[in-house]
Ligand binder design. Structure first.
Ligand code: UDP
Length: 237
């Protein structure tokens, strides 16, 4: 049994704690929710529990398929044990279908299906509002090495294929999502979370939105959507 130590960091939706093992941390998932770069704040009942469980299901399935990630096990229903990573300040976004900021930025109709996944990179910076960056920025600002960048991209495309398979078995469409990577002992791991906070999921039949867009756009039934995603994924395990 690990001992929960001091808080390392409190983020918008999660906190990280030291343990008695310096290589391992506890990631606690909160019900707090923010959107539009922190302009909208609120709480989604039971979100911490759902996101912890949903992320764990995805991480376990990804591990089975050879994708190195930080998930090690549960501490409680909303706390997981993770590798203590140095997170690279780059967010990797994958888009299978047009939605959200891409539609506003590029004038594309929501729902347009891309033949090939669209990969985007953002600088992880709350102060700057996570601006878009390209490969040259990543290298010039030394946000990651060239090897790390190519490994992140390669892993991301594999992760997209695996997540599409899993979500499709749960009758969900994986519209887009955001990943974060980190390093421990020179090895790159997938970190952070994979949940309705960081992915867009639509019901495959009705196209009902089952993710944080319900909170962003005041669509109601927010908790129900998170619970629905969890239930569908649990039925697969
Ligand atoms: N996303 C995220 N964190 C961010 C920005 C985006 O988890 O800081 C996720 C978001 O939930 C969506 C995808 O990345 O699944 C693409 O988001 P988009 O760029 O459309 O931004 P948004 O519309 O969420 O502002």
């Amino acid at each position: 049994m690990v001992t929960k130590g001091k808080e390392i960091y409190r983020g918008k939706a999660k906190s990280l704690y030291y343990t008695d093992d310096p290589t391992v941390a506890i990631m606690e998932f909160h019900d707090d929710a923010t959107a539009f770069n922190g302009l909208k704040k609120g709480s989604i009942q039971d979100k911490g529990h759902c996101n912890c469980q949903i992320s764990a299901i995805f991480f376990e399935k990804l591990k089975e398929r050879g994708i190195r990630n930080h998930f090690q096990g549960f501490v409680s229903e909303r706390e997981m044990l993770v590798n203590c990573l140095k997170i690279l300040p780059v967010e990797v976004i994958v888009r299978n279908i047009a939605a959200g900021s891409l539609c506003k930025r590029l004038g594309v109709e929501p729902g347009v299906v891309f033949e090939k996944p669209v990969l985007e990179l953002c600088l992880k910076s709350d102060e700057l509002g996570d601006p878009f960056i390209n490969d040259d920025h990543v290298l010039a600002l030394k946000l990651a090495s060239a090897e790390q960048l190519s490994e992140m991209k390669e892993m991301t495309l594999k992760i997209n294929e695996i997540l599409k398979e899993i979500t499709s078995a749960a009758n969900l469409i994986l519209v887009d999502f955001k990943l974060e990577f980190g390093v421990q002992d020179g090895i790159l791991y997938l970190g952070d979370e994979i949940s309705p906070d960081t992915c867009r999921f639509w019901d495959a039949d009705t196209k009902k939105v089952l993710d944080k867009d319900r909170f962003r756009n005041d669509m109601g039934e927010v908790t129900d959507a998170y619970q629905e995603v969890l239930q569908r994924l649990r039925r697969l395990t």
